[in-house]
Design a protein around this ligand. Structure first.
Ligand SMILES: Cc1ncc(COP(=O)(O)O)c(C=O)c1O
Length: 446
C-alpha cells in the first residue's frame, strides 16, 4: 500500500466513524481532513510526512510545542507512579503542588482550586459556585448571570447560556436560561475620537445601568479578560476590568474571569487580569495549563467564597464532581508547564518573539483589504475586508485550505485571520509564519 493509500484510508475511516467537533461534516466533501501522524515542536506531520506549522496552537492549547521533552518526561514519570485516583476522600502530590503553585501566582488571593477536565466544565462550576455561594449567604434570589456581546464560554448548556455567538447558541436557544447580554468593550467599537479606554468605560457604564436595576437578582458577570477570542479576537483595554471589578464590589455581584483561552501567558502576563491589577472572585483556567497535553481545567476562588460552603451541613457543600477531576497525569503536565515558565523566563522571551512577529506582519497591517490589525501578547488578528457576501462566507474555509498548501495550520474565524502560535517559535519559524500568512492572504483575497 502506498503512503497516499494509507492516508486516504485513515481519512476515509475517520469520516465514516468519527463525528468531528465544530464541523459541518458535509464540508469535508471539499475541505481536506488532515491525518496527523506525529508532532514535534511547532510542527504537525501528516501520514505522508508533510508538515504544518501549528499557527493556532491546536485550538489554543499548546504552549511549548508538540512532544516537548520536558513535559513528556514529567508525564512518563507520573505514569509509572499513579495514573489516576479519585479526588473525593483522596489526594495526591501533583494536584496539591499545582494548587499551591497557582495560588502563589495570585499572591494567595485565589487560594482554593476546584478541578474538572474541559473549559466548559470549569465555566459550569464557576456559575454554580457563584449561585450556591449567594444562596448559602442567604441571597438565593441572586440567580441571574451577565455576559458580554460576542462572549464565548463553551458548549455545554450552562456555558452556552452565557455565550453570545449566534452560530453556536441559537440552535439550542429553547434549552438555555438566558443571561443578560451587555455591550462588549471591543476596541473596534470606537466612535469618532474615542480611545480603546473610552470604549471600555462606555461599555462598563452599560453594566452599571443594568446593576442599578437588577443587582438584587444578579449573581455574577462572566468575562474573557482582554481578548474575547472565539468571537474573532476582540480586544479591549484593561481599564474595562478595573471598572467592572469596582462595580461588582459596589453592587455585590461576583466577577468570573474566564481565562481558559487568555491565561497562561497568552496575553503577555501569566493571568490576563494582572494587566488590570485586579483579581476576580472566580478564575477559570484550562487549555494551556496542561501545556496542551491532557484535558485539565480548574476554577480558582477566594477564601470568603470557600468559607461560604464550609459547614457541618452537607447540602451547603459544593457537591459537584467529574470522574477525572484532578487527574495526576494532567496535573504533572501542568507542573512541568509551570516549571518551563519559571526556568526559561517565558514571558520575557515571548515579548521578543512578539516584537519580531509584529514587525514581520507589518505589510499586512497596511494592506488595503485589511482592517483592525491588532495584537496583544502572543495573539495577532486582522479582519479581511471582503465586499462579496459569498466570498466572505467561504473565506475561512478557503483560507484554511490554502494555508495547508503553504505548510500552515490557520483557521480564521469568519473573516478574522488570527495567529496564536506556541511560545517556542525560533526566529526562522516566526519569519516563515509571517511571510506565508501574507502569501495565503494575498492568494485568498484576490
Ligand atoms: C474563553 C473560553 N471559555 C471556554 C471555552 C471552552 O473550553 P472547552 O472547549 O475546553 O470546553 C473556550 C474554548 O475555546 C474558550 O475560549
Amino acid at each position: 500500500m502506498t503512503e497516499s493509500d494509507k492516508q486516504n484510508g485513515l481519512v476515509a475511516r475517520s469520516l465514516r466513524s468519527v463525528w468531528h467537533p465544530c464541523t459541518q461534516m458535509q464540508h469535508h466533501e471539499t475541505v481536506p481532513l488532515v491525518p496527523v501522524a506525529r508532532g514535534k515542536g511547532a510542527w504537525l506531520f501528516d501520514t505522508d510526512g508533510k508538515r504544518y506549522l501549528d499557527g493556532i496552537s491546536s485550538w489554543w492549547v499548546n504552549l511549548f510545542g508538540h512532544a516537548n521533552p520536558r513535559i513528556n518526561t514529567a508525564v512518563k514519570e507520573q505514569l509509572d507512579r499513579l495514573e489516576h485516583a479519585m479526588l473525593a476522600g483522596f489526594t495526591h502530590e501533583p494536584v496539591v503542588a499545582l494548587s499551591e503553585h497557582l495560588a502563589e501566582r495570585t499572591g494567595q488571593m485565589l487560594g482554593h482550586c476546584f478541578y474538572a477536565s474541559d473549559g466548559a466544565s470549569a465555566v459550569e462550576i464557576a456559575l454554580k459556585m457563584s449561585f450556591h455561594a449567594w444562596r448559602n449567604l442567604g441571597r438565593s434570589e441572586k440567580q441571574e448571570f451577565v455576559c458580554l456581546q460576542g462572549s464565548y464560554h463553551g458548549e455545554t448548556i450552562g456555558a452556552l447560556a452565557v455565550t453570545d455567538v449566534a452560530i453556536f447558541r441559537d440552535a439550542y436557544g429553547p434549552l438555555l436560561q438566558r443571561a443578560h447580554v451587555i455591550a462588549s468593550p471591543d476596541a473596534r467599537c470606537a466612535q469618532d475620537g474615542e480611545s480603546a479606554a473610552d470604549v471600555a468605560r462606555r461599555a462598563a457604564k452599560e453594566f452599571e445601568v443594568l446593576l442599578q436595576q437588577h443587582a438584587d437578582t444578579i449573581a455574577a458577570i462572566i468575562v474573557e479578560p482582554l481578548v474575547q477570542c472565539a468571537t474573532g479576537m476582540a480586544m479591549h483595554d484593561p481599564v474595562y476590568l478595573q471598572e467592572i471589578r469596582a462595580l461588582c464590589d459596589r453592587y455585590q455581584v461576583h466577577l468570573i474571569a474566564d481565562e481558559i483561552a487568555v491565561g497562561c501567558g497568552r496575553t503577555g502576563t501569566f493571568f490576563a487580569c494582572e494587566q488590570a491589577a485586579i483579581w476576580p472572585d472566580f478564575l477559570c483556567l484550562s487549555k494551556g495549563i496542561s501545556g496542551g497535553y491532557l484535558p485539565l481545567s480548574l476554577v480558582m476562588t477566594r477564601d470568603d467564597i470557600y468559607r461560604a460552603f464550609y459547614d457541618a451541613d452537607v447540602t451547603r457543600g459544593f457537591l459537584h464532581s467529574h470522574s477525572y477531576t484532578g487527574n495526576p497525569l494532567a496535573c504533572s503536565a501542568a507542573l512541568a508547564t509551570l516549571a518551563i515558565f519559571e526556568e526559561d523566563d517565558v514571558l520575557a522571551s515571548n515579548r521578543d518573539k512578539a516584537t519580531r512577529l509584529t514587525a514581520a506582519l507589518a505589510p499586512l497591517a497596511d494592506h488595503a483589504q485589511v482592517s483592525n490589525f491588532r495584537q496583544r501578547g502572543m495573539i495577532w488578528a486582522f479582519d479581511a475586508v471582503i465586499d462579496d457576501a459569498d466570498a466572505a462566507a467561504s473565506f475561512s474555509r478557503r483560507f484554511f485550505t490554502a494555508a495547508l498548501e503553504q505548510e500552515l495550520l490557520l483557521r480564521p474565524i469568519g473573516c478574522t485571520v488570527y495567529l496564536m502560535p506556541p511560545y517556542i517559535l525560533a526566529d526562522d519559524e516566526i519569519d516563515l509564519l509571517a511571510e506565508r500568512t501574507q502569501r495565503v492572504f494575498q492568494q485568498v483575497i484576490e
